[in-house]
Design a protein around this ligand. Structure first.
Ligand SMILES: Nc1ncnc2c1ncn2[C@@H]1O[C@H](COP(=O)(O)OP(=O)(O)O)[C@@H](O)[C@H]1O
Ligand SMILES: CC(=O)N[C@@H](CCC(=O)OP(=O)(O)O)C(=O)O
Length: 297
């Protein structure tokens, strides 16, 4: 059924009222960014959120773009559990692509749409203090191997002060998932992880993870198998059963962290659908996969 224009606006009103004044973390995945038209729609939606009194905070990825740059430079990208093995050179490439390129492009687009973006990485204002992620155990032909991921980080502390300062002044922060450890080493953190940790630290109202699939699918190649709701308690089973794999693993784990920390609404949605943020937030039709905590009381 197609709604008339006025009905669409009326349907949005209770949501706008509910979300007015709230913080929302929106993670834009590298796959959702590949198409410039899609990216333009996403940023337009985010600027609109700011104009209706919501405080959006963008965390961006750029996995495919880092991979492309590595390949141009003759390096072979390798991933364990969705995390990129990051040697010295890869760390430099990741910073260049994420901080130097993608971040500034997003800030420019926000400006073009009449918003005020401010580019940050986890290093700014010591926003994210990270530590090197421990080696990962993986099985190869039934033999356990320990793999050092290199300069891959995990969050130790989030200092949200800088985010409060800039959001209160009306800016839209745009965060690259690069941080440093206490010794000043740069670390590459998965962008979903950063988004989940920030959402948890600032008690965001919502965490929206935008990717290139309609949500979590039971069968990867069949869009009609979307799981619309997943309880946090079922996440590890879905991973061990091989239903959730690759880049979706850090995404769903970060979503779980956020749910456990009290973030009310966590949605994994398809960024390539035009204006998917507006559909998710302001209409009765939920899209994507929502994560929730089973009420045990
Ligand atoms: N159960 C699943 N349902 C949907 N996608 C999945 C699933 N398991 C793994 N994936 C993969 O996860 C990808 C999204 O993660 P990722 O590549 O890291 O995207 P992004 O760059 O948006 O963060 C999908 O394109 C898909 O290939
Ligand atoms: C450690 C690690 O894997 N870091 C990621 C950071 C970018 C990212 O997460 O990008 P997407 O959201 O597009 O996947 C990487 O190097 O690809």
């Amino acid at each position: 059924m197609t709604l008339t224009r006025e009905k669409v606006l009326i349907e949005a009103l209770p949501y706008i009222r509910e979300f007015y004044g709230s913080l929302m973390v929106i993670k834009i995945g590298g796959h959702a960014m590949v198409d410039p038209e899609v990216m333009d729609d996403i940023i337009q939606d985010i600027v609109l959120l700011r104009y209706v009194g919501i405080y959006p905070i963008i965390v961006h990825g750029g996995g495919p773009e880092i991979t492309a740059k590595m390949e141009i430079m003759g390096k072979k990208p390798e991933f364990i559990g969705g995390l990129r093995i990051t040697d010295d050179e890869t760390m430099e490439i990741a910073s260049m692509v994420l901080v130097g390129n993608i971040n500034t492009n997003i800030v420019s687009l926000i400006g073009l749409h009449g918003g005020r973006g401010i580019g940050l990485s986890g290093k700014d204002g010591r926003m994210i203090i990270a530590r090197k992620k421990p080696s990962q155990r993986i099985m190869i032909e039934d033999i356990e191997h320990e793999v050092d991921l290199g300069w891959v980080g995990e969050t130790e502390i989030i200092n949200p002060e800088l985010l409060s300062i800039v959001t209160e002044k009306g800016y839209i922060p745009v965060i690259s998932p690069i941080a440093m450890d206490v010794r000043g080493n740069s670390l590459n953190i998965n962008a979903d992880t950063v988004a989940g940790d920030i959402a948890a630290a600032i008690h965001a109202k919502k965490l929206i993870l935008m990717t290139d699939v309609p949500g979590i699918l039971e069968k990867h190649d069949d869009k009609s198998t979307r799981i619309s709701r997943i309880a946090v308690g079922d996440v590890e089973n879905l991973i061990s059963e091989g239903i959730i794999t690759g880049g979706m693993i850090p995404k769903i784990r970060s979503a779980s962290t956020a749910v456990e920390s009290g973030v009310e609404g966590i949605h994994i949605i398809n960024g390539s659908v035009s204006h998917s943020i507006l559909l998710e937030l302001f209409t009765d039709q939920g899209i994507g996969t929502m994560l929730y905590k089973k009420d045990t009381s």
